[in-house]
Design a protein around this ligand. Structure first.
Ligand SMILES: [Zn+2]
Length: 384
């Protein structure tokens, strides 16, 4: 595939300005060059759209298939793809009705979800499923085996622990096995879970401090600076407390720690199914938190990719061809999509490409883009 007639490209790397890229050539799912070389089987004419990396939601409540029991909705993952999301990380399949809590059941659920999402990509979205829920029934010896079976994620904060900090030995064992662990932060989100305080967060030492701005109930303001004493990435979510999110963002800017901030939706939850949750968070933090659009996008792409140890999230030669084409929305005060984001307007998504394959032409969920892309399919045996 070749994408031509671009009005620039956002790399997804924090600190990078918009690049003057006009074309991207993608071969075998990866970016081969920032130029057109001709002969591609599919040519996507961007007609002045700006390319940004596919967004990575590092806190998605996937369960099985493209279904969420929380809001009893179908097709929500594909719908998120129409909001620019090309990869999702499971926040554990905790919403599964009747989810098991015994040792065998907890492990089997993680393995099954990992397998199921490795083989099924709704709307082409890469779902990193199978996040093992840390329960007191597990032992440190369980993690090497889980990792060997392909389970790469774990979540702490829902288990039946007296204090969530009691899970710390299991977190450490999971990390030693190479598993990325995320914790729940703040007030209890489920009737049978307990709050996670800043002391719990520090004791747990997870790779990702899940919804540091609350999911949905935030930590007290006085505790927020202490988030930066923990080692992990600090996650800000759409379904959390926006005021708390902006305060954490201020602290990150002041402490030169924007590289530690990762964005996510923490949906579907009681807050709802939010197909535009990622792009909306980018717009809110950019416009209200005075972060350049290129950096706000990086928090949702490159930063998440790095924490998840993936090469998605950055647009560069050799990286996956996960690309979203944006225009300013029709009627916006700004003609440029990045200026629109800094103004707080959700851009119009005109195309979504995953692994070099066109998945959506004109989003069905964003506002109407101020321009339109078109596609030319060449002869199947035309190469490229
Ligand atoms: Zn959550």
């Amino acid at each position: 595939m070749e994408i031509v007639e671009l009005a620039g490209l956002v790399t997804g790397r924090l600190g990078d300005a918009r690049r003057r890229v006009e074309a991207v050539r993608i071969t075998d799912g990866r970016i081969e060059a920032f130029e057109a070389r001709g002969g591609a089987d599919v040519v996507l004419q961007a007609r002045g759209a700006v390319a940004i990396p596919g967004l990575i939601d590092s806190h998605a409540h996937v369960v099985f298939g493209d279904w969420t029991p929380r809001q009893n909705a179908l097709g929500w993952i594909e719908s998120s793809m129409h909001g620019g999301v090309t990869m999702m990380m499971s926040a554990s399949e905790v919403h599964l009705p009747g989810r098991p809590r015994d040792r065998d059941g907890v492990k089997a659920l993680a393995v099954t979800a990992q397998r199921a999402f490795a083989a099924f990509r709704p709307g082409g979205v890469k779902v990193l499923g199978g996040s093992v829920i840390l329960e007191p029934s597990l032992t440190p010896d369980d993690f090497p085996g889980l990792a060997a079976m392909g389970v790469g994620l774990a979540k702490v904060g829902f288990g039946d622990f007296e204090r969530q900090a009691d899970a710390a030995p299991l977190v450490r064992a999971a990390q030693r096995a190479g598993i990325i662990v995320m914790n729940h932060t703040g007030g209890a989100s489920l009737p049978d879970s307990s709050p996670v305080t800043i002391d719990d967060v520090l004791a747990l030492g997870c790779d990702i401090i899940g919804h540091a701005n609350g999911g949905t109930t935030a930590l007290p303001d006085g505790d927020l600076p202490r988030l930066f004493e923990a080692p992990g990435a600090i996650q800000l979510v759409q379904a959390g407390n926006l005021r708390s999110s902006l305060k954490i963002l201020e602290l990150a800017k002041a402490g030169d720690a924007l590289h530690r901030i990762v964005l996510a939706t923490d949906t579907p939850t009681g807050t709802g199914v939010m197909p535009l949750g990622m792009i909306k968070t980018i717009c809110e933090l950019s416009s209200l938190g005075s972060v350049p659009a290129t950096d706000a996008i990086a928090l949702a792409s490159g930063n998440n990719g790095r924490v998840l140890r993936r090469d998605e999230g950055i647009l560069d030669v050799g990286r996956p061809g996960d690309i979203v084409l944006c225009f300013a929305p029709l009627g916006s005060a700004h003609a440029d999509p990045l200026a629109a984001i800094e103004h707080g307007d959700i851009p119009g998504i005109a195309a979504v490409v995953i692994d070099g394959r066109l998945r959506a032409l004109r989003s069905r969920n964003t506002p109407a883009p101020g321009g339109e892309c078109s596609v030319i399919h060449r002869n199947e045996n035309g190469g490229g």
